[in-house]
Design a protein around this ligand. Sequence first.
Ligand SMILES: Nc1nc2c(ncn2[C@@H]2O[C@H](COP(=O)(O)OP(=O)(O)OP(=O)(O)O)[C@@H](O)[C@H]2O)c(=O)[nH]1
Ligand SMILES: [Mg+2]
Length: 399
Amino acid sequence: MKFVDEAHIQVEAGRGGSGCISFRREKYAPRGGPDGGNGGSGGDIYLQADDDLNTLVDYRYTRRYSAGHGEQGRGGNCTGAQGNDLVLRVPTGTAVVDEEAGELLGDLTTVGQRLLVAKGGRNGVGNHCFKSSTNRTPRTATPGQPGQVRQLKLELKVIADVGLLGMPNAGKSTLIRAVSHARPRVADYPFTTLFPSLGVVRVQQHRSFVMADIPGLIAGASQGAGLGIRFLKHLVRCRVLLHLVDIAPMDGSDPVEAARTIIQELETFSHSLAVRERWLVLNKTDLLPEDACVDRCERLVEALDWKGPVYRISAETQQGIAPLSQAIMTWIEERRSMENEDPEMAHTEALQQKTMEEEARLRIQDYNAKRKAARAAQAEEPCTQEQDEASDTQVLYVP
Ligand SMILES: Nc1nc2c(ncn2[C@@H]2O[C@H](COP(=O)(O)OP(=O)(O)OP(=O)(O)O)[C@@H](O)[C@H]2O)c(=O)[nH]1
Ligand SMILES: [Mg+2]
């Protein structure tokens, strides 16, 4: 199944039914009076968060949605039927933006949450509503109003407590496979993971958290290189980020450089995301003898001037995995209880979330605009052979 985390749709609520002009005509009821009924109101359109969905792929193919129109009123004071509402199901974690106003309409973060995105048109009223002592035969009725039309942008950001972050091949997918039932592909080539996957880590009965594996980042990810830009946004809802570093890279590259690149990319993408709780997880300890491993880890911590928590694990042999999961669980539980007790802290957290989401949105908008401009320029002047050879090969996620 294709993973799609962005979609643009148009929603059109139903038009209200018009009022009716009619007069009662019946045997033994002379001058029966006006009896034109009201129209029915137009149907609304709602978006509803659904846990059974995990991609917006359906909205890539069908882009226009309309709710039912209200029926016209009829004689005999019959009110027209209301238009049917339309409920569009979206994955939990979908934010809805009104594209024309550039305004965030809402964020569907809990299962079953509903958001009204287009209000149906008001119904017209029939002529019976206009009768009065001075006008007993009103020949006036009002038309129904058109429904609201909106261009919406749907943005899905997965909801997880923990996000995995690291270079390709750092072992992110191996780790999520080791701690949960998630089964992303694992292979020794970069960009094995092409879209985020979630796994539930059960530490004990009734104690669990959700972990998100996202595609690997490379230098320039925040500017769109690799698969970066589109997927960094999936980290903004995580409470803690695990920065996985391969301490024994097969290509002999320096783990310090690799770690610095990721930190740099995170900072460029969003400062508020870069200052979130982040732990350093040094993976593949099984590939080095104990002493060399300790040495290398210490050097890395020193070189990065790292003050936060550090864990040494081997996702492959599962060494060090249990203490890491325990520590994450404890940290999350502590945070949750602190936020429950202290509304001030919960408020600060909500504000931080909002800032991060804003920053991520702006960064992605900026990137999309640049890419569009570059494409337009390319279409105008074909790239020369020298330019072609000079430009680095980039894997770009093509929507
Ligand atoms: N020896 C050893 N190999 C590991 C360990 N963790 C992962 N690997 C190997 O490293 C390679 C890459 O692992 P993945 O889990 O696919 O890495 P990733 O970070 O998900 O990579 P991308 O999806 O490309 O970003 C695979 O061949 C794994 O078997 C480990 O702890 N020890
Ligand atoms: Mg992977």
